[in-house]
Design a protein around this ligand. Structure first.
Ligand code: ZN
Length: 475
């Protein structure tokens, strides 16, 4: 007991000394850089550009799933808007993307109490035969419950996953629930099921379904999978709880077309004395098709483009190059960011710091990071510069979004101004993802937080050293 206490004390002392020496080694920002950060923050809080960009994208392009005509139009839109905003080295990087089309979908309870329910196919789902599939349904909460069923329990049946996603500020509720959407269809198919219906991975209490990608595994038949809204899932649960047998009919004309060509859209604010080092700002240009992708990820696109625009106008050139990348097809397989990392070759180490915005239109409530511990004092300084925006100091386990995964694995540090996800999953991947759900003041606050952190990231007087180890788990 005593020994362990002494060891703990020694450990604490050691950590303290290590931190103190890291703080000594970590140089401080110049007054000029901190003043410019303040100026950027204040300008961002009154700048309407981000809202205008989402308005333009959703009005002139609209829905833009991978491979669609909207996807192509979005690439042209991105190139045009980056030119208009005065970015340098504006270019596209061709990417091959899968091309899945939704078609129509229907879901009806046949018995005990017949009724039809609005439904959406999960992204990537195969369709049903033209006449649909009618079968007895089996309700399970989640994948664990499915696996616990006796052998043969779901053979020739339709499996209904009833689990409800939990509302959280940091998105961790989504992380815990989304496995059902991604892996549920193949897990049910492997046990002989004919189709899958899931309670939407979303928090809306409206009668709208949330789509999103599934991932078929190679060793199970591909069976159709649909999502229903939370209130309709509740109806299904009550029908099952009656103890009567529940029969449902599903029909979907979803199908795959030949792969298509899309592109990452790239533009830069060139740096000066450290211009060969890149601070990458990532967001994704594609959207799911039911809505127009104002929140996911028009907001991220607009935040990043506005941050670069504001820095370009601040009157002081950034030291490091700020590169905005609007990635192709994040939603259905992260084709754009995968191609970006593949084409980097030896250039990965030039990406010294990454930011990603793919979690709605703000506000930002927290600053997290995943930096080399030697640069934590720099993150503390950035956090202090964000003071007027009243953020919470997060941990050093940030992961960014899906599009930074590849660069993160290669050791790129990440700074994460955390977007508030409390109501994000009310509209995520639904017909309600429209401009009406964007609050202009929250969006301006998010731009202010990102602009401050990006600017100071680009001006840091020390080196952003590489990080080691695997990416932290998704929250
Ligand atoms: Zn997204």
């Amino acid at each position: 007991m005593r020994t362990s206490k002494t060891l703990t004390l020694l450990g604490t002392l050691f950590t303290f000394l290590a931190c103190a020496s890291a703080a000594e080694k970590s140089p401080s920002y110049s007054k000029a850089d901190l003043n410019a950060a303040g100026k950027l923050r204040e300008r961002a809080l009154v700048d309407e550009s981000a809202y205008q960009l989402i308005s333009s994208l959703t009005t002139e392009v609209g829905t833009r799933p991978a491979g669609s005509a909207g996807d192509k139009a979005a690439v042209s839109w991105g190139l045009r808007e980056m030119q208009r905003l005065g970015f340098a080295n504006v270019r596209s990087m061709q990417v091959t993307v899968p091309h899945w089309v939704r078609g129509e979908a229907e879901l009806a309870v046949v018995s005990p109490w017949p009724q039809s329910m609005p439904t959406l196919a999960l992204g990537g789902s195969v369709g049903t035969p033209a006449e649909g599939i009618e079968a007895e349904a089996v309700m399970v909460k989640d994948l664990e419950a499915l696996k616990a069923l006796p052998a043969g329990a779901v053979k020739d049946r339709i499996v209904f996953f009833s689990n409800r996603m939990e509302r959280t500020r940091d998105g961790s509720g989504y992380g815990r629930a989304v496995t059902i959407r991604v892996a549920g269809p193949s897990a049910a198919a492997a046990l002989g099921a004919l189709g899958v219906v899931i309670r939407s991975i979303g928090t809306s209490d409206e009668r709208i379904a949330h789509t999103g990608a599934l991932r078929y595994s190679a060793d199970a038949p591909r069976i159709p999978a649909l999502a229903v809204s939370n209130p309709d899932a509740d109806v299904l649960v009550r029908q099952f709880e009656s103890g009567k047998s529940v029969r449902v009919r599903i029909r979907s004309s979803s199908r795959d077309l030949a792969p298509a060509t899309s592109a990452n859209v790239i533009g830069e604010i060139p740096g000066t004395d450290r211009g060969s080092e890149i601070v990458i700002l990532g967001a994704h240009l594609d959207s799911w098709d039911p809505g127009v992708g104002a929140i996911d990820d028009g907001a991220g696109v607009a935040i990043m483009m506005t941050v670069a625009k504001l820095i370009n106008e601040v009157g002081q050139k950034p030291r490091r190059t700020i590169r905005v990348v609007l990635f192709a097809n994040e939603e259905f397989g992260t084709s754009g960011s995968t191609a970006y990392v593949d084409l980097l070759r030896g250039e990965a180490d030039r990406h010294v710091l990454g930011f990603e915005a793919d979690f709605g239109a703000g506000p930002v409530w927290r600053l997290s990071s995943r930096v080399n511990p030697a640069q934590l004092p720099a993150v503390d300084q950035i956090f202090r510069a964000l003071g007027p925006l009243k953020l919470v100091r997060g941990d050093n386990e940030a992961r960014g979004g899906a599009d930074l995964d590849g660069l993160g694995k290669l050791g790129m540090p990440i700074l994460e101004p955390g977007l508030d996800g409390t109501s994000y999953f009310d509209v995520h991947h639904t017909v309600n993802d429209t401009l009406a759900k964007v609050d202009p003041a929250s969006l301006r606050q998010a731009v202010a937080a990102f602009a401050t952190a990006v600017w100071l990231g680009a001006q840091y007087p020390g080196n952003w050293e590489r990080v080691e180890g695997p990416n932290p788990p998704r929250r």
